[in-house]
Write a protein that binds this ligand. Structure first.
Ligand code: SF4
Ligand code: SF4
Length: 184
């Protein structure tokens, strides 16, 4: 069924000014509705300025750590954010950016209203683009997904390895704390 017809069945309100696919937190705005609904189309939301008011301006990160507390994968979103901003994408991979499932929890709780997921999507796309360019291997993406699944199986949800408290298991040089700088 075309998306247009599906939307008409739902009778969207007069103030609808956009359609989102994929849910209010992880979804994205559809550039158009002249496309088919397929089996992976899980949700169409009719949005309006009332339902989705413009986000407040982004403020600087205050290192409160709320994003890390909210992350179901136990990542360090603020580290990913800083390295994405600095375009040090290799570092984002050290902090396991490809384990991010883009759930949006970190963005939701951030008191500075930083759209963290958008930064992470940007970083991932940049890394993939660079790897495709450098290696010319179209199959690199699926291999990375397999590697992620393997690490998840081996490490479980917490992914604790070695003596560190985060996924990396690396420690600060000469110190007893994990590289993620969590206390304890
Ligand atoms: S929740 Fe926001 S302000 Fe707090 S550490 Fe994370 S990115 Fe920074
Ligand atoms: S979007 Fe990624 S980094 Fe943020 S909470 Fe979800 S999994 Fe963690």
């Amino acid at each position: 069924m075309p998306i247009d017809e599906f939307i008409a069945l739902g009778k969207p309100k007069a103030d609808t000014d956009r359609f989102l696919m994929g849910g209010p937190m992880m979804g994205f705005s559809l550039p158009g509705t002249d496309a088919p609904l397929i089996k992976t189309s899980n949700c169409i939301i009719a949005g309006s300025p009332k339902l989705f008011p413009s986000p407040a301006p982004e403020m600087p990160c205050i290192r409160c750590g709320e994003c890390a507390k909210a992350c179901p994968i136990e990542l360090q979103p603020f580290e990913l954010y800083w390295h994405t901003r600095a375009k040090t994408f290799g570092k984002t991979q050290e902090y396991h950016i490809f384990d991010c499932i883009e759930c949006g929890c970190c963005s939701f709780v951030c008191p500075s209203r930083i759209p963290l997921v958008q930064y992470f999507r940007f970083a991932k796309s940049e890394i993939w683009a660079r790897e495709r360019k450098e290696r010319g291997r179209p199959g690199e993406g699926p291999l990375r997904m397999e590697d992620r699944a393997r690490r998840t199986r081996e490490g479980g949800k917490s992914g604790k390895t070695g003596q560190g408290c985060c996924r990396s298991g690396r420690q600060e040089s000469g110190g007893s704390r994990c590289c993620c700088r969590r206390p304890g």
